[in-house]
Ligand binder design. Sequence first.
Ligand SMILES: *[C@@H]1O[C@H](CO)[C@@H](O)[C@H](O)[C@H]1NC(C)=O
Ligand SMILES: *[C@@H]1O[C@H](CO)[C@@H](O)[C@H](O)[C@H]1NC(C)=O
Ligand SMILES: *[C@@H]1O[C@H](CO)[C@@H](O)[C@H](O)[C@H]1NC(C)=O
Ligand SMILES: *[C@@H]1O[C@H](CO)[C@@H](O)[C@H](O)[C@H]1NC(C)=O
Ligand SMILES: *[C@@H]1O[C@H](CO)[C@@H](O)[C@H](O)[C@H]1NC(C)=O
Length: 272
Amino acid sequence: MIWGWIFSALIAVTLALCPDVITKPDFDLTMYVGDWYEIQRTDDAFQSDAKCVRARYAALEEPGTFSVLNSGVTGNGTYISIIGVGIQTNASEPASLTVTLPGLPPGSYLVLDTDYTSFATVYSCDETLEGKIEQGRLYSRNKTLHQDQIDLVMKDFADLGVNISQFQKYYQGEDCQYDAPPALCPDVKTKPDFDLSKYVGDWYEIQRIDAAFQFDGECVRARYEALEEPGTFSVLNTGVRGDGTYLSITGVGTQTNETAPGSLTVQFPQRK
Ligand SMILES: *[C@@H]1O[C@H](CO)[C@@H](O)[C@H](O)[C@H]1NC(C)=O
Ligand SMILES: *[C@@H]1O[C@H](CO)[C@@H](O)[C@H](O)[C@H]1NC(C)=O
Ligand SMILES: *[C@@H]1O[C@H](CO)[C@@H](O)[C@H](O)[C@H]1NC(C)=O
Ligand SMILES: *[C@@H]1O[C@H](CO)[C@@H](O)[C@H](O)[C@H]1NC(C)=O
Ligand SMILES: *[C@@H]1O[C@H](CO)[C@@H](O)[C@H](O)[C@H]1NC(C)=O
């Protein structure tokens, strides 16, 4: 029973072996870094249906290491991105790289061939108990690559025994979103009939979302007082830190918009 189990486990692993790969022998990482647009790839559970996929590589200080920023747009139009780190793993095989993305085990990243200026063929194969996980990517420096050249370089994968019908072409173009959209603040409807003179006094903070300029303390009280100049006020925030230190900071505020009286601006002195 046990032997049978071990035997079948051995068979499974044997069947799932990754091929011997000859990577680009004179690979130069410093020429490889920069932006690459993914023209074709095999199915990939991680990026699923993403189009507009760009991989941005940058050298890190430690020789032989680099960062990678992968971005793309999913089928439902959501912009996604992930940052990983990579390393050259074998001094005598400079194109044999390992890339680690957050939450995933390190994956192999084998550059089969590249001319650094137009295309790169990248293969990865990792053996697991469930079998091998194999992926192929055709990268281009340009957002488009001529079909002639695509056909030419796909031979790199065919030579490895990879079924190149598994590759799919994904959209790239000027209308792709490659960079993260800026985080825009939402339109906010403030209390229309806000009355500052009724608002002043003491307020105890019951809940808050984290804000860098706020206290990280408890027992937070905000004390507002009207200043002489109409529409201006002072605020004294006090609280107690986890280590027992008492905190207090005084700021000044003003109503910024006549037609939106509940829209205020508060200034605090720079905290060290
Ligand atoms: C869009 O797809 C992503 C992943 O593919 C998913 O995380 C997200 O929830 C989806 N968003 C919408 C609005 O369906
Ligand atoms: C490093 O590369 C050399 C040359 O291709 C190869 O013989 C050796 O097995 C590799 N070492 C490891 C640890 O993969
Ligand atoms: C990049 O693609 C554009 C648009 O298809 C083309 O005009 C240009 O010649 C290409 N550049 C290179 C270096 O292939
Ligand atoms: C190659 O992949 C295609 C698409 O996934 C599939 O239809 C075909 O059967 C595969 N061929 C072989 C020899 O596995
Ligand atoms: C002032 O508030 C009005 C009404 O909410 C708004 O339409 C306008 O854009 C605001 N002006 C400024 C400068 O924020």
